[in-house]
Design a binder for this molecule. Structure first.
Ligand SMILES: [Zn+2]
Length: 135
């Protein structure tokens, strides 16, 4: 049986939930409790856009254990369409597509698992848009 809290919170499981300052409009991901620009505590939850552009990336050939068996791991610095920047694992990577300014979109993918029969964790990753890949 799936607990009620799952259904109540399900949007936050598949969305990038950040925050927005009601006083000055600044947006943050991950969410903050105090606005870094104006120090206001009047903060609301705000879903971040799922689209952005790749600024740069790094390739981890010996990633930390929590990345599981995935090797190599690509980490991208991404600027979302609202200007918020974040670091995310990149999915379905073809290195020739990893150019500065490549359009990317958020996808939900397997992050890791606990042991051979353990819990599988899913989370967000970003992937270069198909239209860009074909050009
Ligand atoms: Zn503010």
């Amino acid at each position: 049986m799936i607990p009620i809290s799952y259904w109540r919170n399900r949007r936050s499981y598949t969305a990038l939930m950040g925050s927005r300052c009601r006083a000055c409009g600044a947006e943050y991901f991950p969410p903050v409790r105090v606005c870094r620009k104006c120090k206001s505590r009047d903060i609301e939850a705000r879903e971040m856009p799922r689209k952005g552009t790749l600024i740069t990336y790094t390739k981890l050939t010996e990633p930390a254990e929590e990345f599981g068996k995935q090797t190599p791991v690509y980490l991208g610095l991404i600027e979302l369409s609202n200007g918020v920047k974040l670091v995310s694992t990149l999915a379905d990577v073809s290195e020739s597509e990893l150019n500065e300014g490549a359009p990317v979109s958020m996808v939900i993918r397997r992050w890791t698992e606990e042991g051979p029969s353990g819990i599988i964790y899913y989370g967000y990753k970003f992937k270069v848009d198909a239209a860009y890949s074909m050009s």
